[in-house]
Design a binder for this molecule. Structure first.
Ligand SMILES: NC(=O)C1=CN([C@@H]2O[C@H](COP(=O)(O)OP(=O)(O)OC[C@H]3O[C@@H](n4cnc5c(N)ncnc54)[C@H](OP(=O)(O)O)[C@@H]3O)[C@@H](O)[C@H]2O)C=CC1
Ligand SMILES: O=C1O[C@H](COP(=O)(O)O)[C@@H](O)[C@H](O)[C@H]1O
Length: 503
């Protein structure tokens, strides 16, 4: 068993949550704070200020958060630790449509800070629907709540989605950066909280053996798969405006792509790592709308069965348009215009209501140049994949060919695997604790920077535009519980390739 060296305990601070009555706060933020508290990674001088537009007592808020914690905690809840954490919570009413409420919030916060001796450091977490990001940040700026004071820091944490297209992402960046500096802005992508995602950097850059073969000389293509079993459930009103591409690709799938494809950063710090990631995203070849249509597949699920669970047609989900053309599945073929990746396709796919949950990056190496072993035709040899399993399989697998024991030469494909659970015994997390801890210690290496966000939207914009114009034309359907639309296979088959089957 390997343990983490001592992690830094953050400075005292006020952790101010806008949207404290919402799902994210209950499901992920408070359970993550609880895990930090349990690991002794919260400062002693700490308070949580929960902002709601309603009138609510701190007692009621604490009870609601406790209920959420019991439901969503990733570890058994220790009552003493939970009570101590919730004792730090105060409910405060503020509504961005009422500027005076932010002035009252400032006064209230100053008193709480003095009481808890937090040193004036403030973290504002926008756990609200995205259309509230701009109004809340405007008020935080106007009321002086974000103004740096003496040595105390101010940080603003923004949830996803960051914009709905290139223009809106640029406008949001411009707005937020007129209020806080890039250094104090933390754009969350929960994929970067996953151990398996962070490990891509360590795998690539702490081992000498991968870098020499991590290029177009040796890699045939790369597949990024984020398949989900869940349908859209109760999120119809959000999802029908969003779709699979916006919901997953410029953020989560591009985090995976950029970590796999980036150049080695010169330092392990936020500036170097985020610059290298933004650079590779900016190198994704811009496609014309015609190319975008040719290099993409979109689908929408119809009724079916995922395991034992019946899932209804997407168009029957509450708040979804009966004639909706919103895709619940997207597959893209992208290329990266730089020397490392010229000619190496990146195939990306993600969808809802599929037969299995699988998040992975599969790096397919080129085949041996000729079939020395006449026993097996080269096309029947197992393909050489390095598979980075993100979820639910957390680990790394290498697929290669080996000799079947016996007097003659016969070949079979085998897999060498590393699984986190076999090596590391760590307390279960929800991924948010790493991100929240990093916000509090002021490390933005795992947060998106403006240029990276915009480069991501720039790469997907032609697909959004082309699909919008095409409407229903080209939208495939697939039954819930299947592997997605058949055309997704055709996207690779026309290049003589296929999606990796799980081993
Ligand atoms: N839920 C999840 O699992 C995840 C959510 N996210 C993101 O987190 C954010 C919050 O999501 P979620 O908690 O599900 O959202 P909710 O719809 O539950 O909203 C959160 C809270 O925001 C407050 N709110 C709503 N509108 C406004 C407004 N105009 N101004 C100020 N406050 C407002 C409401 O609180 P009140 O009425 O008390 O003021 C509401 O309870 C979203 O950006 C979402 O995309 C990201 C990953 C996962
Ligand atoms: O942000 C989102 O991510 C989830 C998938 O996250 P994962 O950690 O389970 O892979 C997705 O279901 C949701 O639609 C999207 O908004």
């Amino acid at each position: 068993m390997t343990s983490q060296p001592n992690a830094q305990i953050p400075d005292g601070c006020a952790f101010v949550i806008f949207g404290v009555t919402g799902d994210l706060t209950h499901r992920l933020v408070i359970p993550a704070l609880y895990n930090l508290a349990e690991s002794n990674l919260l400062p002693e001088k700490f308070c949580v200020v929960g902002i709601t537009r309603k009138e609510m007592s701190s007692e009621d808020l604490r009870a609601s958060l406790m209920h959420g914690l019991r439901k969503f905690a990733t570890r058994p809840v220790n009552e003493d630790i939970a009570d101590k954490l919730l004792y730090c919570v105060t409910a405060v009413s503020a509504d961005p449509s009422d500027p005076s409420s932010f002035d009252r919030l400032r006064e209230r916060l100053e008193k709480l800070e003095a009481n808890r001796n937090t040193g004036g450091n403030r973290l504002f977490y926008l756990a609200t629907p995205p259309d509230a990001f701009a109004p809340i940040s405007t008020e935080l700026g106007r009321s002086g709540l974000l103004k740096e004071d003496g040595g105390a820091w101010r940080r603003l944490v923004v949830e996803k989605p960051f914009g709905t297209d290139l223009a809106s992402a640029k406008a949001l960046n411009e707005h937020l950066l007129s209020i806080v500096s890039e250094h104090s802005l933390y754009r969350i992508d929960h994929y970067l909280g996953k151990e398996t995602v962070q490990n891509i950097l360590v795998l690539r850059f702490s081992n000498g053996m991968f870098e020499p073969i991590w290029n177009r000389e040796h890699i045939d293509h790369i597949q990024i798969t984020v398949d989900e079993k869940l349908g859209v459930a109760h999120r119809g009103s959000f999802y029908d405006k969003t779709g699979a591409l916006r919901d997953m690709v410029p953020n989560h799938l591009f985090q995976l792509l950029s970590l796999v494809a980036m150049e080695p950063p010169s330092h392990f710090n936020a500036h170097s790592v985020r610059s290298a990631k933004a650079e590779v995203l900016a190198a994704i070849q811009q496609q014309s709308e015609e190319e975008a249509l040719r290099n993409s597949v979109r689908g929408q699920y119809t009724a079916g069965k995922v395991g034992d669970t019946e899932i209804g047609d997407y168009r029957s989900v509450q708040d979804v348009d009966l004639a909706s053309n919103t895709e619940t599945y997207a597959a893209l073929k992208l290329t990266i215009d730089n020397w490392r990746w010229a000619g190496v396709p990146f195939y990306l796919r993600t969808g809802k209501a599929l037969g299995a949950k699988r998040t992975e990056v599969a790096i397919k190496f080129k085949q041996a140049p000729f079939a020395m072993f006449r026993c097996t035709p080269i096309e029947e040899l197992s393909q050489n994949y390095l598979v980075i399993g993100i979820e639910p399989v957390e680990g790394i697998a290498l697929q290669f060919n080996t000799k079947i024991p016996g007097p003659s030469i016969a070949i079979d494909g085998v897999e060498m695997t590393f699984r986190y659970k076999d090596y590391f015994k760590v307390a279960p997390s929800n991924g948010y604790e790493t991100l929240l801890h990093d916000c509090m210690i002021g490390d933005n290496i795992l947060f998106q920077r403006a240029d990276g966000v915009e480069a991501g939207w720039e790469a997907v914009q032609p697909f959004l535009d082309a699909w919008e114009k095409a409407g229903a034309e080209g939208l495939q359907s697939y039954p819930a519980g299947s592997n997605g639309p058949e055309d997704a296979d055709a996207l690779l088959a026309r290049d003589g390739r296929n999606w990796r089957e799980p081993s």
